[in-house]
Write a protein that binds this ligand. Sequence first.
Ligand code: NAD
Length: 521
Amino acid sequence: HKIQKSISILSKKALLGNCRYASTSTTKLFIDGKFIDSTTDKWIDLHNPATNEVITKVPQATQDEMNAAVDAARRSFKGWADSSVLHRQQIMFKYQQLIKDNMKELAESITREQGKTLADAEGDVMRGLQVVEHCCSITNLSLGETMTSVAKDMDTLTYRYPLGVCAGITPFNFPAMIPLWMFPMAMVCGNTYVIKPSERDPGATMLLAQLAQDAGIPDGTLNVIHGTHDAVNFICDNPTIKAVSFVGSNQAGEYIYDRATKHGKRVQSNMGAKNHGIIMPDAAKENTLNQLAGAAFGAAGQRCMALSTVVFVGDSKEWITDIKDRAEKLTVNAGDQAGADLGPLITPEAKERVCNLIQSGVDEGATLLLDGRDIKVKGYENGNFVGPTIITGVTPEMTCYKEEIFGPVLVVMEAETLDDAIEITNSNPYGNGTAIFTRSGATARKFINEIDVGQIGVNVPIPVPLPMFSFTGSRASFRGDTHFYGKEGIQFYTQLKTITQLWREEDVEHAKPAVSMPVMR
Ligand code: NAD
């Protein structure tokens, strides 16, 4: 058993092709149950963000390869959709266990390719795993509705059916969680899937595909293709694909929403954010400032739910300098180094963009309370590191406020009253997340009712809902009408059939056929 286990681990490492033990290798495609080398001549170098060494090459799949993936998904659909719901549930039970068993390996792959700390990478896997665990409740989640006697001897019932082939396009910042928001939900409903992970860190998706195969999904039901714009356009245009799930930037998400809906597809598109933390003067100071620093700088700010803007209300502004102490205590280092709190940014370009946005704050009249741009990390001098940065005196017209920074940068604003803080937040186009820190229930209640943001924390800095709820970002942070996971996720990946049936023992004689609209009284 032990030998077999180590063979399986070795084959997984070979499959990933980007492990420590291999020099530069290539990432495979997963089509029709096989991990295959792409025949493309277009490759993308994938760098470890802590060192900028090339660790694997990611193919831009050819049109033939992408067609083969959709074809495999199409062919396997009928058998999979017809399989019993208990069978699909059993696979999910096995899958969640395999993800737990391989947690360490998944986290290592994420740290290597994405840069976040190992502890944070485990959190990334855990939040995805929770969706898989929720999928195990499919027997309840996919129940329809029934009503007897809607008319004499007549009943109505609804069934939830899968859509067919669905597709997902994912961002770089949560290489395990976001793919797991998508294909397990879709597949447990009976759909088959084609996923295109971020070209910057597809390793976790490859391992998750291997584990799904080990859990027993049939060949062709899950396929992984790689690429950038061509792969995205292929997914948006392909007539066999019925629904597209997207998570990423507004630039890509709005484009994908428009293009895929034009082709008649369902689309759910989760996009960028600018999340405001509102600090009331009655908040529990120590806890609030710790939560704020963790949520602003954790994952180097590369979270769509990072608390990247803070509004100090009234006298709480006296605490502004105290955040600096907390930020300075955080350790910036390669994600696999003990004690690291923040890893590097994903690419040198991302670092440059973040540094330019920090400079724009200075140029437009804000103050740098803490500047992390010149940080040097010993042993990782080539990494894309930016240390925690705090910009104070920021006003709504400044570029550093208007743009999503996506780095370890906290933008600090002030407001006289809660109404002013709500006004600032509601005037920002994004509606992904927000959090208020207060000890007053009445203040919190007013905030919840008046804030126009889809996910709200009360003394909770990163209010990402668990999968029995849905991820309900709003306004510019979302396009579509059914959100990821939870009941809405099931709704997104299924369509209803509503059956009205009449069963009567006796045949009834009519003088004449009824031609007016039946009203079923
Ligand atoms: P991105 O938009 O650059 O990439 C996401 C995916 O889209 C990738 O697979 C990429 O290949 C593809 N893509 C990139 N540019 C494209 C274009 N112009 N046209 C078509 N396809 C394109 O996003 P990213 O940098 O990987 O991720 C960071 C962004 O994702 C941030 O804006 C963050 O807020 C957002 N995000 C949102 C959520 C959420 O749930 N709202 C969660 C995580 C990340």
